[in-house]
Design a protein around this ligand. Structure first.
Ligand SMILES: Cc1cc2nc3c(=O)[nH]c(=O)nc-3n(C[C@H](O)[C@H](O)[C@H](O)COP(=O)(O)O)c2cc1C
Length: 150
């Protein structure tokens, strides 16, 4: 059975706080566990007036991933949402996580080719729409020290 996956990036809305992120993740874990969705949510705190950015991987049955994606993309707690990559894989990257959360420390992402620039307009214009977009899955897994993809 193949598993659908989707990775998007977005910018957090003004007022986003650790408490709001914790609420989102708590609700997500309940919904995702009930709908066979696994994945990771990475929050990169902003600099220079940016609130921060999200990168999220959702994986599961394709109809479930699509309907959850619609709900998430309609959520006003983030904006400038861009789907980087989606498709089918043989197995899940994060089978044990109904939604893992990580907040990246600035020093952790300083040298990271994609994450360091997540909040820049240039990233949205060039990387998010360019051919590099489909390289984010291995990057996310690397960031979580997950087992390499087949
Ligand atoms: C960055 C971000 C990631 C989210 N991820 C999930 C998720 O993985 N699962 C989930 O059920 N809700 C997630 N949500 C919350 C949904 O957008 C939405 O609030 C939830 O589905 C409840 O919708 P409702 O209030 O219309 O019932 C996320 C929200 C944000 C802002």
């Amino acid at each position: 059975m193949t598993v659908h996956h989707l990775v998007y990036v977005s910018q957090a809305a003004p007022g986003m706080s650790d408490a709001t992120i914790a609420e989102i993740v708590e609700a997500s874990r309940a919904y995702n566990a009930a709908h066979g969705i696994t994945g990771v949510l990475l929050f990169v705190p902003g600099r220079d007036g940016h609130v921060g950015s999200f990168m999220q991987l959702l994986e599961g049955e394709s109809g479930e991933v699509k309907s959850l994606t619609e709900m998430i993309l309609a959520d006003p707690r983030h904006h400038t949402k861009v789907v980087l990559t989606q498709g089918q894989r043989e197995r899940r990257c994060f089978p044990d996580w109904s939604m893992a959360l990580k907040t990246a420390a600035p020093e952790e992402i300083a040298d990271h080719p994609i994450l360091a620039n997540l909040a820049n307009k240039e990233f949205m214009d060039k990387v998010a729409c360019g051919p590099e977009a489909n390289t984010v899955l291995p990057l996310l897994m690397d960031f979580w020290d997950a087992e390499p993809l087949d």
